[in-house]
Structure formats: structure tokens, C-alpha cells
Design a protein around this ligand. Structure first.
Ligand SMILES: Nc1nc2c(c(=O)[nH]1)N[C@H]1C(S)=C(S)[C@@H](COP(=O)(O)O)O[C@H]1N2
Ligand SMILES: [Mo]
Length: 552
């Protein structure tokens, strides 16, 4: 048949393309695997995916970050890393195809990714120096060499185990095993099919081995930290939290628990790899303007101080009206104000030179709080315990700040290692550089936990219930409105403290049909929660939570 040759040529072209694409993917895989291995000798955070992901997080506009948090919640980091991997896979395939036509150029393209990864790693605020570039560079070299090698043309077009035999008489090389299919089609560059398969399999196996070794070494790095956490004995607080009043917990099905279980406590941070800090080597430095007696404290130094225990509701500025980024926990730690006073710090309202306290974490986060707020008598904590246990790594082990009444991004530095006294004029911390407000006290808010949006309760008495919070001011009243009806008093659970949220419930005589339930709170100063809607940026969402239900 006439068509046959052209059909098989087309077939060969496709085989070559498929091989090239596979070579690209393998090169990308090898690059990431070897980068993982090398990162185990530098720091896991210096690995290219984490470095590029973190650099992307740092550069994400506030609105996109908000969108990501809204849509993916705490999974936003997983989604980001998967996204990076998908993009890398596509680019790897393209580089493989490029290498088919321009072997050196395609292979060199892999090195460009190494440069990008290295630049990202070096640009991180927690970068510890030039070594952070090594994982990306080493990975890219491995990937580039592999792509070059897989595109290579062996000396003869036989399978690699078909050792060419050159007879003394000078005959032409012959394949040692003539059952092997004939050598690659003339003109096709590179390995024959079997040679390619062997080389590709070997490369995949070596990469998998390198990556697995890197993984396990990286995992091992955290062992000291895990051991140090297991060894922590929380001190009995000299000033325990008053027991939560029995009336503070409502028994309404569907309402969030008064104390948020640690495993359900929201998590918001920029860390792609949760920092694992060894408490035995951890230190906290306090220094800066007006600090007449700077100190560097160990974890044991902190544990030896008088501990206090407090119930404090923590809120994220990214929480939408009705959103989940708010939680209430029992914290144990030391009073930050006492420590600051011992260091000679005077709040600006009493003539001190520094009005901003900048907390720095081991992962380079900076969080600025007003010195006046931290020292005004509220229970601002350097916390090492949460709900009776040492802080979980996700929530800042070994030590974090917790300041009642301020959103987390201006107060609640996790994995803290440094406190610097400075001024708002002199320094903008991480989120302020990204257009969030310098000062952000928590806004009065209330939320309907039950019924859920679009629920279909039966007509009759329906329990509407939820929480309301206005840390520092407390909650005085909660009201519910059905459709455009009058505001009606909800029953308030007992108050634990002004720094904790308050549960409320409202027995609603529900008539059939569609209804909108709306809630509003009044804080301890008599201020009614505003109906004015504000976005989360720059200083927290406002407006009232509504839930639409259909009564059957
Ligand atoms: N080191 C560090 N601390 C941080 C953050 C962060 O990104 N990095 N995020 C802050 C924000 S925005 C909030 S709301 C709280 C959340 O604390 P949680 O994750 O324990 O709930 O941590 C704060 N502390
Ligand atoms: Mo936050």
C-alpha cells in the first residue's frame, strides 16, 4: 500500500514526541527529587516548590489571597502546591519537546527553573544565606543532564546490552543478541526503544530513591523538635482562668462548642512547611527603642516565670461576616506586659519612645502591635499552652503571642523568636506592606451557626443559635430579625470574660415558606454592630450575618 510508509513515519514522529514528553517529565521529576535530597542538607524550606510557593504567597495581592482563603480555606496551601506541580509538569513536557529539536537548548531550559527556584529561596525573609540556592541548582543540574542524556544518540543504534563486538578482522559491529528488534529507524536520533526504556526506568528509580531519601532526612530534622515538645511539662498557672460558668455553654444542636477543640481551631498563616522548632535551643530576644535591659530568654526561662491561664477568643481579619476563622481557646503563658516592664519598656502614653512592638517568627513573619494595647492591663500573653497541652506545631510551638481584642495579623505571632520595640513610623510589618491596616482592633460581630443556610426545618419552634464576640468590650445583647420584622431579643448565655465570645439562642416560631434570619450584637459599650458592609481588607469585615431557610 502506498500509504503505509507515510503512516509509519507519522507513527515514528508520535513515538519520538511521546518519548520527548516523557523525557521532559522525567527530567522535572529528577530535578524535584534531587532538590528534595539536597534540601535535607540545607533546610526543607529551601526546596524549590516550597520556595516558589512561599515567594508566590508573599507576592500574592491581598484580594487574591482573600479569594484563595475564601474558596479553599485552610487547604489553600495544598491547592497552591498542587498548582505549582501541574504548571511544572506542563513546562517539563514542553521542555522535553523543545529538546527534541534543540537538545542543548531544551536541557538548558531546565537550568532556568533552577535559577527561578534559587532566586525564590534566596528572596525569602527567613533565608539563611547562599546555601538556600543549592537545592534548586542541584535539582536543575540533575534534571538538565538527564534531559540531555535521554535525548542522546548512543554510539551505535543497538540496545545498550547488545554490546557491539568489533571483530579483530575489522568487521562491522553486530548485535550480540539477534532476537532483539532491529536498531532504531535510521535517522531517528537517540536511543532505540529498549535502550530508552532502560535509561528512563533507571532515571525514574534513581530519582525516586533520591526523593525518598530526602523526604526521610527532612522528616528526621523535626525529630528533635517533636521530642522537645513531648518533654514539655506545662507549669500550674499561678493565676488560673476562672472556671467557665455552666451557663456559658448552650445545649443547642448545631451550635459551635464554647471552647474550640484544638483540632478544629482554624489555622491561618503563610507557612507552607510548618516550622518545627526545638524548644531546647529556642530563644526569644527582646530589644529595641527604649529597652533599657534587653534580654534573651530560653524556653525554660519562660516556664520558670509565673504563668497565667486565660480564655481568649482569637479572630482572623480575613474572616468574612459569618465565617469560620474565629476560635476560642484556653491559653497558658506569661504576661507580656510584665516582661516588657522588666526590660525597661514604657508605653508611649506614659512617655516611652516606642509605639509599635514588632514580633518576628522563625519563618520571617513580622507582626506589629501597639505597645499601648499590649501594656494597658489586658492579658497579652506569650503563650506556650493551648487547651491544656503544649502549643501544637501548627499553632506556634514553642511560643506565640496572643493579645485579646486585636486581630491575629496584628498580634498573634506564632513561632515567635524576637520582639523589637520600634515606632509605626519607622517600620511596616509583613501585612502592612501588603496594604492591611497598621492598627486593627476586632470589630463587634455575631454569627448564626444553626440553622445552616438553605436548611429546611419543619414549621413550629426552630432554635436559632450562634456566637457573638467583641473582645475587650464584651457582648451586652444579641437580637434576631425574621425577614423585615422587628428585632427580637435572643437569650444570651452567661459571659465567661469580655475577651471570649458569647453563645446565644432564639426560639423562633417558624411559619411555612422562605425566610431570612439576621443577627446583630450590641457590645459592652452599648455600640450596636454596624449594618454597613465592609470587605475584610484593610481592617476586618463588617455587616450582619443572614441565613436564608425554607420552612416546610
Ligand atoms: N509566624 C506567623 N504567625 C502568624 C501568622 C503567620 O502567617 N505566621 N498569621 C497570623 C494570623 S493572620 C492569624 S489570624 C493567627 C492565626 O492563628 P492560628 O493559626 O493559631 O489560628 O496567627 C497569626 N500569626
Ligand atoms: Mo489572620
Amino acid at each position: 500500500m502506498r500509504q503505509e510508509p507515510s503512516t509509519s513515519r507519522r507513527g515514528i514522529r508520535w513515538v519520538r514526541r511521546a518519548r520527548a514528553a516523557l523525557s521532559g517529565l522525567l527530567a522535572g521529576y529528577a530535578a524535584l527529587a534531587f532538590a528534595e535530597l539536597v534540601s535535607a542538607f540545607v533546610r526543607p524550606q529551601a526546596g524549590p516548590v516550597v520556595a516558589v510557593g512561599s515567594a508566590a504567597i508573599d507576592r500574592t495581592p491581598a484580594s487574591v489571597k482573600d479569594w484563595a482563603i475564601r474558596h479553599f480555606g485552610t487547604d489553600d496551601k495544598l491547592v497552591l502546591q498542587l498548582g505549582i506541580l501541574v504548571v511544572l509538569a506542563v513546562l517539563a513536557v514542553l521542555l522535553g519537546l523543545l529538546a527534541l529539536a534543540h537538545r542543548a537548548t531544551g536541557s538548558a531550559g531546565v537550568l532556568v527553573f533552577g535559577v527561578v527556584g534559587a532566586a525564590a529561596a534566596l528572596s525569602r525573609p527567613d533565608s539563611t544565606g547562599a546555601a538556600d540556592a543549592l537545592p534548586s541548582v542541584a535539582g536543575a543540574l540533575a534534571g538538565g543532564l538527564l534531559l540531555y542524556g535521554l535525548g542522546g544518540r548512543p554510539a551505535v543504534t543497538g540496545p545498550p546490552d547488545a554490546v557491539p563486538v568489533v571483530r579483530p578482522g575489522g568487521e562491522r559491529p553486530v548485535a550480540a543478541d539477534d532476537t532483539v528488534p532491529p536498531a532504531a529507524t535510521p535517522g531517528e536520533p537517540g536511543w532505540d526503544r529498549r535502550g530508552f526504556l532502560v535509561a528512563a526506568t533507571a532515571a525514574a528509580a534513581a530519582s525516586t530513591g533520591a526523593g525518598a531519601l530526602g523526604r526521610s532526612l527532612n522528616g528526621g530534622r523535626g525529630r528533635d523538635a517533636v521530642a522537645s515538645r513531648a518533654d514539655v511539662l506545662l507549669p500550674a498557672p499561678g493565676s488560673p482562668a476562672a472556671p467557665v460558668p455552666a451557663g456559658a455553654r448552650l445545649r443547642v444542636p448545631g451550635i459551635g462548642p464554647f471552647v474550640t477543640p484544638t483540632k478544629d481551631f482554624y489555622r491561618v498563616d503563610t507557612a507552607l512547611v510548618v516550622p518545627k522548632v526545638d524548644a531546647t535551643t529556642w530563644r526569644l530576644r527582646i530589644h529595641g527603642e527604649g529597652v533599657t535591659r534587653p534580654v534573651s530568654l530560653s524556653f525554660d526561662d519562660l516556664l520558670r516565670r509565673a504563668a497565667i491561664e486565660r480564655d481568649i477568643t482569637l479572630t482572623c481579619v480575613s474572616n468574612e461576616v459569618g465565617g469560620p476563622y474565629v476560635g476560642n481557646a484556653r491559653w497558658i503563658g506569661v504576661r507580656l506586659a510584665d516582661l516588657l516592664a522588666e526590660c525597661g519598656v514604657t508605653p508611649p502614653s506614659k512617655g516611652g519612645p516606642a509605639d509599635q512592638l514588632v514580633a518576628r517568627s522563625v519563618d520571617g513573619m513580622t507582626i506589629g502591635s501597639p505597645v499601648d494595647d499590649v501594656m494597658d492591663g489586658r492579658d497579652a500573653l506569650l503563650a506556650f499552652g493551648m487547651n491544656g497541652r503544649p502549643l501544637p506545631f501548627e499553632h506556634g510551638f514553642p511560643v506565640r503571642m496572643v493579645v485579646p481584642g486585636l486581630y491575629g495579623y496584628v498580634s498573634a505571632c506564632k513561632w515567635i523568636q524576637d520582639i523589637e520595640l520600634t515606632t509605626f513610623d519607622a517600620y511596616d510589618p509583613y501585612w502592612v506592606k501588603r496594604k492591611w491596616a497598621r492598627r486593627a482592633p476586632v470589630k463587634t460581630q455575631s454569627r448564626i451557626d444553626t440553622p445552616k443556610p438553605f436548611a429546611r426545618p419543619r414549621a413550629g419552634t426552630v432554635m436559632v443559635a450562634g456566637v457573638a464576640w467583641a473582645q475587650r468590650r464584651g457582648i451586652r445583647e444579641v437580637e434576631v430579625r425574621v425577614d423585615d420584622g422587628p428585632w427580637q431579643q435572643a437569650r444570651l448565655a452567661a459571659e465567661d470574660t469580655v475577651d471570649t465570645w458569647r453563645q446565644w439562642s432564639f426560639p423562633w416560631q417558624a411559619a411555612k415558606g422562605g425566610h431570612t434570619l439576621t443577627v446583630r450584637a450590641t457590645d459592652g459599650t452599648g455600640q450596636v454592630q454596624t449594618a454597613l458592609r465592609a470587605r475584610t481588607i484593610p481592617d476586618g469585615a463588617s455587616g450582619r450575618h443572614s441565613v436564608v431557610v425554607t420552612v416546610d
